[in-house]
Structure formats: structure tokens, C-alpha cells
Design a protein around this ligand. Sequence first.
Ligand code: NAP
Length: 300
Amino acid sequence: MPQSISFIGLGIMGQPMALNLVKAGFPVTVFNRTRRKAEPLERAGARVASSPAEVARDADVIISIVSDTAAMEEVVCGKDGILEAIRSGAVLIDSSTISPTVSRRLACQLAAKGASMLDAPVTGSKHGAEKGELTFMIGGEREVMERVLPVLKVLGKRHIYCGEHGLGLAAKLAMNCILATTVEIFSEGFVLATKAGVPPETLLEIMQSSLARAAIVDFKAPFVFKGDFTPYFPLKLMHKDLELAMEAAYAQNVPMPATAAVKEVYAGAKAQGQGDRDYAAVITFLEELAGIQVRVAPAP
Ligand code: NAP
């Protein structure tokens, strides 16, 4: 079992993930750019560091989950970054969804210091992080993954090896294209039916008894019907993932016409100020254009 674990990024996902490691009895040191968000971890028994370099200095395993590619580059290569202090033999597990190309470069920079990196993006959202039931998609050396599995098993119930560096992220981007498109087309269909006069809960019942049923729609529909867009996965981050997917598609000469169109619907919602709400708020952009809201009055 690794002696010490460090955790960087205590946002929606990182906060409960780090807490689960503390609860599992690991000695955990945490860093968050905004220090205040580290207080619940400190109360739970974690040590709080003041820079990525400080958390990296004594760690056997470092886990990071920050917003985007620029944030991860800053955490690794910036002033007081991980690269300045990481020990030979240590492993950086990055669960952020970032550019696979940049992730591969960071893995090379860490290898030059004798350290290893896995790209290990996750799915399962906030509730999966809280329950320790995330699914990890892992790229890098299989032997390194096996070495850190005792840590990853505290955070998730499935750890799927995808291949060399960057392929965990390649799988994650493909998956988020499917999720984003499903939620957008669900929104279009529900706006259309509601404007025609079909109650939203009736259309949901029909969908749930048809082959169009989708777990993500079952999960999001009750929130949409209440107009509750508390972020589980912020819309601006889903838009970022669609952008990353389109970059990968360009680099690989893969046409993705539906994803390209859906990305612009998320861009529209973000431009309207919905970026910090859950990505299901993409429906509000379509609702405004159609002049109708997909809501269900609470039962009396
Ligand atoms: P979040 O709540 O917005 O948290 C983002 C974290 O990144 C915060 O700790 C933030 O620090 C940190 N950060 C941002 N810029 C930074 C910088 N320049 N230097 C250092 N730290 C920086 O996001 P989240 O929902 O936890 O998502 C984190 C990552 O996981 C993203 O890549 C996302 O795509 C991915 N993901 C999210 C979900 C989900 O359902 N939420 C699911 C799967 C994957 P501050 O507190 O200082 O802002």
C-alpha cells in the first residue's frame, strides 16, 4: 500500500474523492488553488499544502482533478508545480478531462524525472465520486496502473485499461460526445412535444417503455422538470469536452457532424450565462428560442 497520497483539485469531483481517501485511512495531503475549499478536508484529517510542489515532495501517489488543460499544465509545469518536486518512482494519476496530446507530453516530462503518469479520467459524476463508485478509463503503462489499484479501488468500482498514454482520455472524450448529444436531443424532443401539448411526464413514460430509453435521461429528467440546474457537471466543462473532442477529430481526420452542431448549442447556452449550471441547462437555450418551458408542476 502506498505510504502517502497527495490530492490536487478539490472541486465538485475532487472534494468527495479526497474525502474517501481520508476515510479509507490513507495519509492524505491536499492542495486547492482556493484554500478555503480545503477546510472540510483539513477537518477530516488531511494535511493542507500551499502549492502543487509541496504536495508532490513526499508523495508516492499524486491524484489530480482540475478543470481543464491550462489548469493541469499550470499544476505540473508552472511555478511551484509538480515537476519541480516530484520524486523518482512516484505516480501522478490525472483524472482531469484534458487534451490527450498535452497529457502525453506531461507524461514524457514526468518520465524525465523518473516518475510515471496515468491519464485516468472518470465517469459517474458527483454522486459516483461521493459513493466511491466512479468508473476510471486508464491510459499509460498497465504495470503502473496495477501498482496504484489499491488507491483507485477506494475511489471507483470499475478501472478499465484503455492502452497507452492518452487513450483513457480518448475514450472519455468519445463518451462525453455521446452523453452531451443525448442530453441535447432529449431537450429538443421534449421542447417539441411540450409545445405541441404533450405533458413532459407523459413523453418520459413513453420513452422509458421504448428502445429510446437512456439512463442519462432517466437521471436528468426529474431535475429538468423541476427547473433545478444545480451543477453536477457544469455546462462550461461539457462544452470544453466537446471542444477537445472536435480537436481530436480534426487531428485524426474523423468527421463528427452531430457533435459539431451540438457543441454550438452548448456554446449558445454558455454565452447566455448558463456555464456554471449543470449541463442539462442546455435545454433552457432551446426553450427560450421555442418560447416554452419543459416543467412539471409539483404534486399538490
Ligand atoms: P470544478 O468543480 O469546477 O473544480 C475544478 C477544480 O480545478 C477546482 O479545484 C479549481 O480550483 C481547480 N483549478 C482550476 N483552474 C486551476 C488552476 N489554474 N490551477 C490550479 N487549480 C485549478 O470541476 P469538477 O466538476 O470537479 O471537474 C474537474 C475535472 O473533472 C474536469 O476536467 C471535468 O471535466 C472532469 N469531470 C467532471 C465530472 C463532473 O460530473 N463534475 C465528471 C467527470 C469528469 P479553485 O477551487 O481554486 O477554482
